[in-house]
Design a protein around this ligand. Sequence first.
Ligand SMILES: C[S@@+](CC[C@H](N)C(=O)[O-])C[C@H]1O[C@@H](n2cnc3c(N)ncnc32)[C@H](O)[C@@H]1O
Length: 259
Amino acid sequence: MSAICGRMSELALYDHPALYDLLVPPGPCERFYCELAHEAGGPVLELACGTGRLTMPLARTGQDVTGLDASGAMLRAARAKAAAEGGSARFVQGDMRSFDLGRRFALVIVSCNSLCHLTDHEDMTAALRRVSRHLAPGGLFAFDIVNPHIRDLSHRQAVDLPLDAAERPGIVTREELVDYDPVEQVRIVQWQVHEPGRNSRTFGPMSLRAIFPRELPLLLSAAGLDLIARHGDFDGNPLTRGSLNQVCLARAACDGPRQ
Ligand SMILES: C[S@@+](CC[C@H](N)C(=O)[O-])C[C@H]1O[C@@H](n2cnc3c(N)ncnc32)[C@H](O)[C@@H]1O
């Protein structure tokens, strides 16, 4: 591919959980998923839970919550948060394509576009089948992914994130450099992070699959899941051409594969 891949960096964002938390602050997904957890009643499984940004609020709803992630560094940060607040969430290291927790859940969540780390069709289907297998009868699968817009797929953008003035005054600028492979439907992302008082660092490249709205029901159904609702944001507004996200609910299809 083009220029971005020629400047590959060794830094992986998920090896830097404190920086991840700085760059990805709490958002409206929290209220949405916590309400679902409240309605579903638990147990709740969050796949690709990262530093527990969402897992911790989910556990505060009083439900039995398990977070699973592939990254040891992200999980260490999550466990430290849980220990600091005396939280009840359990954390497990695992791969969402192949995990087997030996139990079923009323609600399985994958937030923050994390499914799109699975760029191969086989990996995506394997993960969705794992989800299907871990859903209790009538259980709900809730996830959010980007609503890819052709205009933005290879668009370079810079976002200024003001830092907590008391801790580290200043502004972190996250500059996202993007390339797009239209055959693989994969975005290649690098983040250049400019923090006050230190040299700029480049994180990535990270590959993220673009899942277009009309292919999503097909991907789910190949894994034995039915899409039952989809919104364009976390407030329940409809998915439209201007929506940034696809916020989705699915259930196991009655006749779907449960392997
Ligand atoms: C964008 S972060 C999201 C973290 C968290 N869900 C949040 O909302 O902040 C994506 C996470 O997916 C995890 N991840 C990527 N591929 C994975 C895989 N195959 N299995 C499990 N976790 C994976 C990464 O380690 C990372 O913590």
